[in-house]
Design a protein around this ligand. Sequence first.
Ligand code: BGC
Length: 344
Amino acid sequence: MKIDTKIFGRLSGKEEAYLFTIQNSNGMIIKMSNYGGTVISILAPDRNGQFDDIVLGFDSLEDYLEQHPYIGTLVGRYANRIAGGRFYIDDREYRLAQNEGQNHLHGGLKGYDKILWDFNEYADQQRAGVMLSYRSFDMEEGYPGNLKLDVNFSLNDNNELTIEYTASTDANTHLNLTHHGYYNLNGGKYLIYDHELFINAGSYVETDKNLIPTGELIPLKGGAVDFRTMKPIGRDISKLENGYDHCYVLNKKAEGPELAARVNNPASGRIMEVYTTEPAIQFYSSNFLEGLNGKNNIEYRKHLALCLEAQHYPDSPNHPHFPSTLLKPGDIYKQTTIYKFLAE
Ligand code: BGC
């Protein structure tokens, strides 16, 4: 296992962002940056041992500094939407940035995707990776509480990318962290319609036209949104207005990470499994992707990639019957999510 560190580029304030190249003994290589905790590329083998880059990303730091839809980044403090950009804690109202119409999306104007994280890289026999750290200050993007955050990205010889999150606060706050990789197991050669998907969920969070939860959970009983049995993503996608952008409530049995989703790309034989400790997973079929020039000269367009974002339900602070995202002083927030790459 090894890791190599070099300068990726400079931010406008001249701070240096770093590029880490993490390699395991099977030849799998992950490139990532401490800018936004961004995973830039993942080289994974197909059934013939051929490596291809299976995540979307950009060549240079400058590209990442332009507006883009969280391609490969960390997302926080609150991944997904908060209705009206506001919530109450102990009868006090907190107002957040309304960066998607009236609503708050993915942590606001300057979320964790745009932070230059402190880092500590490491490599040993078991794994290699980078521990990212950030102190998110009280009222940053409108959220109360100073938060201490650590996010550990590591690769091991089981071809697992593990992301472990730890956080603590000095005042009551809401927290919902995720990672927003855009995967195409065929190296971005075609749209994801031939990728087959299984999601280990029995229901999903009903939302309105702005993707804000109504408060209802809808049991899966067949139909376009049902992935309880593996099926090609392209089979029913045209039955939905833009594609998939749904939060699935996972079948949880234990405390530790459990299988949330499995993606199979028959053309290459590549398989990705997602394991998580989180109660839900957002399946997003890159419905609003367009007009971006990605690395390897690929033009990014609608339905080119899929995101499987482990998280809590959207807008939980405003739905007391949803699993709570409230973090209190003395509590430790923990999440483990694993992306495992196989080939058959
Ligand atoms: C959301 C989408 C959004 C995308 C990019 C996903 O997590 O579910 O609605 O367009 O992120 O911001």
